[in-house]
Design a protein around this ligand. Structure first.
Ligand SMILES: Nc1ncnc2c1ncn2[C@@H]1O[C@H](COP(=O)(O)OP(=O)(O)O)[C@@H](O)[C@H]1O
Ligand SMILES: [Mg+2]
Length: 344
């Protein structure tokens, strides 16, 4: 029977040398037993060394397993930290969204409160003002002195201006209920342009109409829409020097049931720092001449139709105001609706 014992090369060499020397020096039975004993000693030493090596390998493997565990723990902690970062970023984004919504709501409340205040003040001022106006007109009728007449006329112009501003303010704060009818935009634009043609402020300026006659009819408040167009055309005329051009065009949008109306001019344009303010009530750059209500009232009217207004402008090149209006109106509460008719 042979027993295979793993042995390190050094132990094996020592054992063989020992056996050889023993074999040379001794002979017979003594030599045999001695060789056998040597073999046993060598095997024992080999076994001990093998166990020690095995023990070191086990210890090394355990260390390796511990290191792996540490790496796995670090990985888990990193994943958790990443999750936490994402969670916080998400929370921050949600908070910012809420903050923006809250600020918008607050601005709406402030506007509402301001509008109610303005409405009250407008009524308080307008009533005595109308009294003053009629009194001035009476005075004008009975005055023959030219100098006095000129003064009274100046007062009447001033009082009418205040009254117009107040009317604009009331319109802005409380646009009347929509009186809807079926409108041909082509006809509405033609009528508005017809009214403006020949006005001194359009002298020397080209007025071009590109609104196609075949545009679908829309349901809207003809009176409000006509006021909006008038405001935009007047602004364009005021901004455009002689030799300039004012264009009005319209088209049906492709994928939505809306129409787009554009009023463009080749005028002075609006500087980027002014642009964000043009829809604010009472914002005007026409000192002493403008009321600053044209665009804000127009926007209020367009919004009450469920539409939007946009302004694009390049200084010294011109401005384009774009209105987007839905073709149909969802019948909303408080919306007065006239019999369907086509504006002619
Ligand atoms: N077509 C335009 N070109 C240049 N500026 C414009 C134009 N339309 C509006 N604006 C600017 O927007 C401001 C506000 O317009 P608006 O509300 O109509 O008030 P107002 O005409 O009484 O000043 C104007 O004072 C002007 O600075
Ligand atoms: Mg204006």
């Amino acid at each position: 029977m042979s027993v295979l014992i793993p042995m390190s090369p050094l132990v094996a060499e020592t054992t063989v040398k020992w056996l050889f020397l023993s074999g040379m020096a001794l002979s017979g039975e003594l030599a045999g037993s001695l060789a056998l004993a040597s073999l046993a000693v060598a095997a024992t030493i080999g076994l001990i060394l093998w166990f020690r090596r095995q023990h070191r390998i086990n210890a090394f493997e355990q260390e390796l397993e511990k290191a792996h565990e540490v790496i796995r723990n670090i990985g888990r902690e990193r994943d958790l930290a990443q999750e936490e970062v994402f969670r916080r970023l998400y929370e921050e984004r949600e908070l910012n969204k809420e903050k923006t919504q809250f600020q918008a709501q607050l601005a709406e409340y402030e506007k509402y409160a301001l509008a109610r205040l303005a409405l009250g003040a407008a009524h308080e001022i307008n009533n005595p003002l109308l009294g003053i106006l009629s009194h001035l007109e009476l005075e004008l009728n009975i005055t023959t002195d030219l100098e006095q007449r000129a003064e009274i006329e100046q007062c009447i112009v001033g009082a009418k201006r205040i009254s117009n501003t107040l009317r604009g303010l009331v319109n802005y704060a409380r646009p009347g209920p929509l009186v809807l009818s079926k409108i041909s935009l082509y006809r509405l634009v033609m009528d508005t342009l017809g009214f403006l043609e020949g006005q001194p402020m359009l002298r020397g300026k080209a007025l071009e109409n590109y609104v196609p006659a075949e545009l679908p009819h829309i349901r809207a408040d003809a009176n409000q829409l006509s006021q909006v167009l008038m405001n935009l055309l007047l602004n364009a005329a005021e901004a455009t020097p002689e030799g300039g051009k004012i264009t009005i065009s319209a088209s049906k949008l492709t994928y939505v049931e809306s129409v787009e109306i554009r009023v463009s001019d080749t005028g002075c344009g609006i500087p980027p720092d002014i642009l964000p303010h043009v829809f604010e009530p009472f914002f005007t750059t026409k000192k002493g001449k403008g009321t600053g209500l044209g665009l804000s009232i127009s926007q209020a009217y367009v919004r009450s139709h469920g539409g939007e207004m946009r302004v694009d402008s390049v200084v010294n090149h011109g401005t384009t105001i774009t209105l987007t209006l839905p073709v149909r109106q969802d019948s909303a509460e408080g919306v007065g609706e006239a019999e369907s008719e086509v504006v002619v």
